[in-house]
Structure formats: C-alpha cells, structure tokens
Ligand binder design. Structure first.
Ligand code: TYD
Length: 141
C-alpha cells in the first residue's frame, strides 16, 4: 500500500507573502495555491499550557498546514522509521506542511499561542492513529 508510506522529506516549511502596508499585515493562504491541497477544514488551538503536548497522532488521509498566527509553539514530526525533526512556529506568515501518515506532536505553547490548522479533509476520527506502536506497525507493514 504505497499510499500509507510516510514521506518525511515532504514535510516542509512555508513562507507566505506578507501584504503589509502602513495599516498592518495581511497574509493570504489559498487552497491548492499557497498550500498543496484544497482546504476542507480549519481549526485552531489556543489556551494550551507550555507543558501540554497535543497532537500525538498520525492521520491516514489528512494533510495539514500549521501556522502560529499568534505566539509560538513547536512541532515534532516522526516517520516511524527513526527520522525525527522539530520545527519552531514563531512567525504568523510561516507554516509547516505535514503530509499524511506523519506522526506529530505540538508542544511548548506560549501563553499567547494561537495555532491555526488547515486540513485537506473533513474530520473523521477513524482516520486518526493515536497509538504510536500501532502507527509504527502500520508504516512498516
Ligand atoms: P484532538 O485531535 O485530540 O486535538 P489535537 O490533536 O489537535 O490536540 O481533538 C480534540 C477533540 O476535538 C477530540 O474530541 C476530537 C475533536 N475534534 C473534532 O471534533 N474535529 C476536529 O476537526 C478536530 C481537530 C478535533
């Protein structure tokens, strides 16, 4: 099943254009143009303490772009095959693209962190893998 092989080298950092003028900044993220998928779902995470670890799952179908539109956080990604990387989200015009079947942890949230998540799929709890051992089994089979 080639479509469940995680593609670690597809994880990438995006820098969006800032359309700033003397009134302030504006960042536009258009589905399938500024991110590599049509956006079907938007959610955002805020009010998480610094010691909270969120995510802790992989998605069989969904791809994401995460943007800290306020404050800062970190994202740790793993592919279940000893590859691991940590990204700092600390500017509102940058984001991290996460392909499907990547394990992700979001943590180290600043008090003012608002983490905007753009997703390629509608919510479906069945496509989430929330146990790391199950995830490793699934990527290695
Ligand atoms: P969860 O996946 O644990 O959040 P995160 O991984 O971002 O820390 O989701 C928390 C709760 O919200 C859980 O009960 C599922 C629900 N939820 C939805 O109903 N729709 C969604 O799009 C998301 C992301 C979560």
């Amino acid at each position: 099943m080639s479509d469940i092989i995680p593609v670690f080298d597809q994880v990438k950092f995006f820098e969006f254009n800032q359309r700033g003028d003397n009134r302030g900044h504006l960042v536009v993220v258009e589905g399938a143009q500024d991110v590599p998928f049509e956006i079907k779902r938007v959610f955002y995470i805020y009010g998480s303490d610094r010691d909270v670890v969120r995510g802790q799952h992989a998605n069989r179908k969904s791809e994401f772009v995460l943007i800290n539109v306020s404050g800062t956080s970190k994202v740790r990604v793993k592919d279940g095959k000893d590859n691991e990387a940590i990204f700092s989200l600390n500017r509102p015009h940058t984001g991290i693209y996460l392909p499907k079947m990547i394990w992700k942890d979001m943590y180290d949230f600043s008090e003012d962190s608002v983490l905007l998540c753009l997703a390629s799929e509608h919510y479906d709890s069945e496509e989430y893998i929330r146990n790391y051992d199950d995830y490793v089994k699934e990527v290695c089979k």
